[in-house]
Design a protein around this ligand. Structure first.
Ligand code: HAM
Length: 414
């Protein structure tokens, strides 16, 4: 029996890589003053039908639960966030800066960079209209990339503005109920043949294709880039009006992160969704909001393909997996004494391991080496003295068992 298509088993090495990614996500989000929250994995299907857009609704893992409710495994977090904010808005000081790390499910065709289950970091700012919030959010996104060891030569943040397109559609007298459909055609234009895009756009083909090939001008986007330049982060940014995003709720600035080599799918995406909270609360709560999500799948691929990022990850993982102390039990009569000491050392926060059943001393030292122990402590004939071996230098000394904890405290300061 294998895992279902698009679902992953996380063997220890995969889990270590995942933990590395999560730790960096948390560290950088916190450095921007974001606080962590989470929502449920299962939501009413209605929540996504209302505003996520047809593409995501087609990909839902949904079913009727035992109470005959139509429920869906969450494909994204933003509608949940909007629901939660609408319910708890008064309890928090604005602007609210929240992040979350969790699992998401989309019944996509499995392909490179796209699975049916993935993890996302979501970072959202709620209750702030000012462009300063868009700049802050983009700075956070770029600093996340930098934290993994990516430079502007490796990753790029393509930014655009949905208002640029909605202004254009208004100018062309296109009725607003067609906007979503047209924006989706523009979003897909990079992945479709020009003939297909032209056919779908109909009478708008010429002006839209002209903008797509020449690039559009947007004063708002220029100001945004300027804000990031002041922080030394602008080299990561490309203005690219072809980005409109597949999700239906975006209203303003939108962006997606890609590898510069253009080989992989998007690493992250987001933007402003100033109307979603109002729409999901039937007008009860109205609040501007913006955010993005970064997925673990493509990010993991780019880390593995970028030497500097890969080495950085491997170093952290290697250090993380090492133990501090290996207890070598050379005489079975000493096992009870050894276990008492092991308990005490673990209580003090050391990572300690030992052989659960009798083993040759040489084999135990070999395990100590494999586990990356810095010290090995031998309980044997010397009792009540112990042999302490520094695993790096090979140096050994006899110490009294009574002094063990304090000696370790000076050898391995916490
Ligand atoms: P999204 O662009 O649909 O945005 O997803 C964000 C990121 O999640 C993608 O760039 C990608 O890295 C990852 N991702 C999405 N689907 C898959 C998949 N099937 N397999 C692997 N990775 C995937 C959103 O979800 C928005 N809710 C983001 C947001 C937050 N907007 C505002 N706040």
């Amino acid at each position: 029996m294998q895992a279902l298509p698009g679902f992953r088993d996380f063997l220890p090495e995969n889990c270590a890589a995942r933990n590395y990614i999560f730790a960096k996500w948390r560290e950088v989000a916190r450095s921007y003053g974001f606080i962590e929250w989470d929502g449920p994995i299962l939501e009413p299907t209605e929540l996504y039908k209302k505003k996520s857009g047809v593409e995501i609704v087609d990909q839902l893992f949904n079913f009727a639960d035992k109470g005959e409710r139509d429920v869906a495994m969450r494909p994204e977090l933003t509608p949940t966030l909007a629901r939660v904010i609408a319910a708890h808005e008064r309890e928090f000081k604005k602007p609210l800066k929240w992040f979350s790390i969790g699992r998401f499910f989309r019944h996509e065709k499995q392909q490179r960079g796209r699975l049916r289950e993935h993890f996302q970091l979501n970072c959202d700012i709620v209750g702030e209209n000012a462009l300063a919030a868009d700049i802050e959010l983009l700075a956070l996104c770029i600093d996340l990339l930098r934290a993994f060891g990516f430079t502007e030569k490796v990753a790029v943040v393509r930014i655009s503005d949905r208002e640029f397109w909605t202004d254009f559609l208004r100018e062309k007298n296109v009725p607003s109920d067609r906007w979503d459909e047209l924006l989706q055609i523009i979003d897909k234009s990079g992945r479709e043949s020009p003939e297909n895009t032209r056919a779908k756009l109909g009478e708008l083909a010429d002006p839209v294709l002209a903008i797509l090939s020449e690039g559009g001008k947007s004063e708002k986007l220029e100001r945004l880039v300027k804000g990031l330049r002041g922080r030394g982060l602008a080299d990561f940014i490309d203005i690219d009006v072809r980005i409109v995003r597949g999700l239906a709720y975006y209203t303003g600035i939108v962006f997606e992160v890609f590898d510069r080599g253009g080989k992989l799918r998007a690493i992250a995406g987001g933007g402003r969704y100033d109307n979603l909270i109002q729409q999901l609360s039937d007008g009860a709560v109205s609040m501007p909001a913006l955010g993005f999500a970064m997925g673990d799948v493509v990010l993991g691929e780019l880390i593995n393909e970028t030497a500097k990022a890969r080495e950085k990850m491997q170093q952290v993982i290697a250090a993380e997996q090492k133990i501090d102390i290996y207890i070598v039990i050379a005489k079975e009569e000493r096992r009870a004494d050894a276990l008492a000491q092991i308990q005490e050392l673990r209580d003090r926060g050391y990572r300690v391991d030992y052989a659960l059943t009798p083993e040759k001393v040489a084999k135990q030292f070999q395990t100590a080496e494999q586990l990356g122990a810095r010290l090995a402590i031998l309980f044997g004939d010397e009792w009540p003295q112990l042999k302490m071996k520094d695993m790096a230098s090979g140096e050994q000394q006899l110490i009294s068992s009574k002094d063990l904890v304090s000696r370790i405290g000076s050898e391995l300061p916490r």
